[in-house]
Design a protein around this ligand. Structure first.
Ligand code: 5RP
Length: 264
């Protein structure tokens, strides 16, 4: 550990030990995603509620104001699009010089465990950790992503994938909520944040899985579509902030959502 690392981490995991990251990285493989066609416009009203934003460098340079107070988690994997051959065929996509130049709080990188590109993406994580460690830059590993992973969102698989990424040196793991989620957290020596997934049917459902995941040991979330694809993104963000940082129950937080929605 060094001071720079501790300082960055303290901005990403608040004093209560919890965190709320807003994911807006989707454009790096799927283009102008609904809700973040103009990421800067989507981000500004949400900025006050979140602890960090997860973005690729194009969004960062073109849509996020350089005087932002919000810590940046930079997406540093890529190399394919949704119309390409295989989304899992990713590599480290940003040099350490650029990571330093952009003055980010952390980097995020996807590992496709169980895919044809498992070895490539796992070795990429190891190398990224080697490059970031001397400069005190925390690495968040994004596990169990990819189309073929949809069938594997169960605790045994996610626990294995999370542990493998932690052993490669990741400082934080982002993975999906599942039944028996405590098995994922308990088997992982570094903090776990909950990823989002496709938009679910109701706001209450989002608040419930976040609440339950945190009761079972997650330190927070990294969510995108369930926030900025909602009719009232600020309401969902405020409600999530209450669950994550104010010990609100899903029902209490849902009332905050409704208040904001009705006040619109
Ligand atoms: C995509 C990602 C996203 O950041 C992650 O999936 C969170 O976004 P959403 O809540 O929309 O799923 O890592 O690879």
């Amino acid at each position: 550990m060094n001071w720079g690392f501790e300082n960055r981490l303290s901005k990403l995991i608040l004093e209560d030990g919890h965190c709320f990251y807003l994911a807006m990285d989707h454009g790096y493989f799927q283009g102008p995603t609904h809700g973040i066609e103009r990421p800067g416009v989507a981000f500004e009203p949400l900025e006050e509620f979140v602890d960090a934003v997860f973005v690729p460098r194009g969004t960062l340079k073109n849509a996020i104001k350089s005087n932002t107070k919000t810590p940046i988690i930079l997406r540093v994997s890529g190399g394919n699009s949704i119309v390409g051959k295989d989304l899992a065929n990713e590599e480290v996509s940003v040099s350490i010089d650029e990571i330093l130049r952009l003055n980010v709080a952390a980097v995020g990188y996807s590992v496709y465990i169980g895919s044809e590109y498992e070895h490539q993406t796992l070795m990429g994580l190891n190398k990224l950790v080697d490059q970031c460690a001397p400069y005190g830059i925390p690495v968040m590993a994004v596990t169990a992503v990819g189309r073929e992973m949809d069938q594997k969102k169960e605790a045994r698989f996610l626990a294995m994938a999370s542990r493998v990424c932690a052993e490669a040196g990741a400082d934080v793991i982002k993975t999906y909520f599942c039944d028996d989620f405590e098995k994922v957290v308990n088997g992982c020596p570094v903090p776990v944040v909950i990823a989002g997934g496709p938009k679910v049917d109701s706001e209450l459902e989002v608040l419930e899985f976040v609440y339950t995941g945190m009761q079972q040991g997650a330190i927070g979330v990294n969510l995108g579509r369930n926030i900025w694809q909602n009719a009232c993104p600020r309401g969902v963000a405020r409600a999530l902030q209450a669950v994550i940082h104010e010990n609100a129950t899903p029902k209490e937080a849902f009332e905050l959502f409704k208040d904001m929605k009705n006040a619109k």
